[in-house]
Ligand binder design. Structure first.
Ligand code: UDX
Length: 444
């Protein structure tokens, strides 16, 4: 099929590249000329394992194209995907200006019948707004091409996005038009080799809601476990054991019950807030969803509070090595990363930070911690801990999983580790003489 993907952000670029990999003829559109020029030459604006090779392969094979002109790529297009950003507006709701701008352009340029797909995460009712916007534009120019708007939310995880797209747990297609449903099903059919059970079709509003509910449910599991972790510390239990104990119940399951420094990233914080906002717009006070958010805000500072409990509120003269800045491993994404909150809190109290991350240093230095003083960046994890009072682990990158603890002990001024991701065995560390703080387990 001929596909046009509008927006070469994370979702648009991964989706377009994977559709091309499956043999479709794909053009990815973006208004950012520099980005498009770079992509044509295999320069990928984000770090995502496997993506660069796949982009290059498909550009060379002429199945993947990049352009800044939407107008010239609507003529022979079967399906146009809107994959532009929906940033969080000031009031917490999703800002639809970019989505509707694209809808407007589609309406003013389309020359043949078209299926328009909302791939961006958009609140319930957006497909109707997109439909109305396109219809208005068509009417303005006296055109009457048939078109339909489909909701096809994205469930990609950063760091594993290619795998998620090529072998999806499920694909949700929300459409009120049987012809469009059929076409969308045939586009996705090759991604489901054994069974089509997980190619799920439903009405547009339910599909729009599904995306938010999936993310809010996962965020709820995490906040629930973070709250449990805090209670475990108070009562003298070990949340790592409790987690295994409850996960063994298949109704609960082992995934997404890892306590830590709170969830971050581009999806959970934004989508939980947007779902809350939607509920409130319809006059419903979503108490549980509000609590999920509050617990997460509080959790982001738990590690900082442990540090303050040990060293006091005045951290002048104290040096802390931070291992991990991105919101999770295998990405350079710093959006809503707990590291931002923790580092700012420590610096505010006079601390000096020596930071290391395998991929996110540039993002931190130039954007997310740009205005935070007293942070120095290092190119190796051991360099960063040299002469620090303690090491703070904030992202569970693989290279932090089993470091050389003798080296850590040698480099640190005192053998103290604050672990915001519960990565290490506390018995081994205590035997080695470390003072090891983790989430959800009391230190005696
Ligand atoms: C998430 C969803 O998983 C994905 O389906 C959706 O499309 C976008 O949002 P992503 O934000 O890339 O993906 O990351 P994910 O791996 O889901 O982790 C989200 C956050 O939860 C991270 O901050 C992570 O550290 C945290 N987390 C995850 C926990 O704190 N505990 C867990 O048990 C799991």
């Amino acid at each position: 099929m001929n596909l046009t993907i509008i927006g070469t952000g994370y979702v648009g670029l991964v989706s377009g590249t994977c559709f091309a990999e499956m043999g479709n003829n794909v053009t990815c559109i973006d208004i950012d000329q520099k980005k498009i020029d770079g992509l044509k030459n295999g320069i990928i604006p984000i770090y995502e394992p496997g993506l660069e090779a796949m982009v290059k392969r498909n550009v060379a094979g002429k199945t993947l194209h990049f352009s800044t002109s939407l107008q010239s790529h609507l003529d022979n297009c079967d399906i146009a995907f809107i994959a532009v950003g929906t940033p969080m507006g000031e009031d917490g709701s999703a800002d639809l200006q970019y989505v509707l701008q694209v809808a407007k352009q589609i309406g003013s340029h389309m020359t043949a019948p078209l299926i328009v797909v909302d791939k961006s995460t958009v609140p319930v009712g957006t497909a109707d707004k997109v439909h109305e916007t396109i219809a208005n534009e068509l009417q303005k120019r006296g055109a009457s091409m048939p078109f339909t708007v489909v909701s096809n939310p994205e469930f990609l995880k950063e760091g594993d996005a290619i795998n998620d797209f090529m072998k999806p747990d499920r694909v949700v297609i929300g459409s009120d038009n049987p012809e469009a449903t059929k076409k969308m099903r045939s586009l996705y059919a090759p991604f489901f080799r054994s069974s089509m059970d997980r190619l799920i079709t439903m009405d547009v509003r339910s599909a729009e809601m599904t995306k938010y509910v999936a993310n809010a449910m996962l965020a709820t599991k995490i906040s629930f476990m973070n709250e449990v972790a805090n209670i475990c510390e108070l009562v003298g239990a070990d949340v790592n054991k409790v987690r295994i104990g409850i996960g063994s119940d298949s109704r609960i399951g082992y995934s997404f019950i890892y306590p830590g420094s709170g969830y971050g990233g581009s999806c959970f914080p934004k989508d939980v807030k947007a779902l809350k906002k939607t509920a409130m717009q319809y006059g419903y006070q979503p108490q549980l969803i509000e609590a999920v958010e509050d617990v997460n805000d509080r959790q982001k500072l738990v590690v900082a509070h442990k540090i303050i409990a040990k060293y006091g509120a005045d951290l002048n003269g104290k040096v802390f090595a931070v291992w991990g800045l991105s919101f999770k491993p295998e990405t350079d994404d710093m959006r809503e990363a707990p590291s931002i909150y923790i580092i700012n809190e420590l610096v505010k109290r006079g601390a000096i930070i020596k930071a290391y991350d395998p991929k996110a240093i540039e993002e931190a230095k130039h954007f997310y911690l740009k205005d935070t003083p007293n942070v120095t960046y290092y190119s190796s994890k051991y360099e960063a801990i040299s002469e620090a009072n303690a090491m703070i682990l904030l992202t569970e990158w693989k290279e932090f999983r089993s470091p050389d603890f003798h080296e850590i002990k040698k480099q640190l001024l005192e053998p103290v580790i604050f672990d915001g991701r519960n990565q290490y065995n506390d018995e081994i560390l205590s035997e080695m003489g470390f003072e090891y703080y983790q989430i959800g387990k009391t230190r005696y």
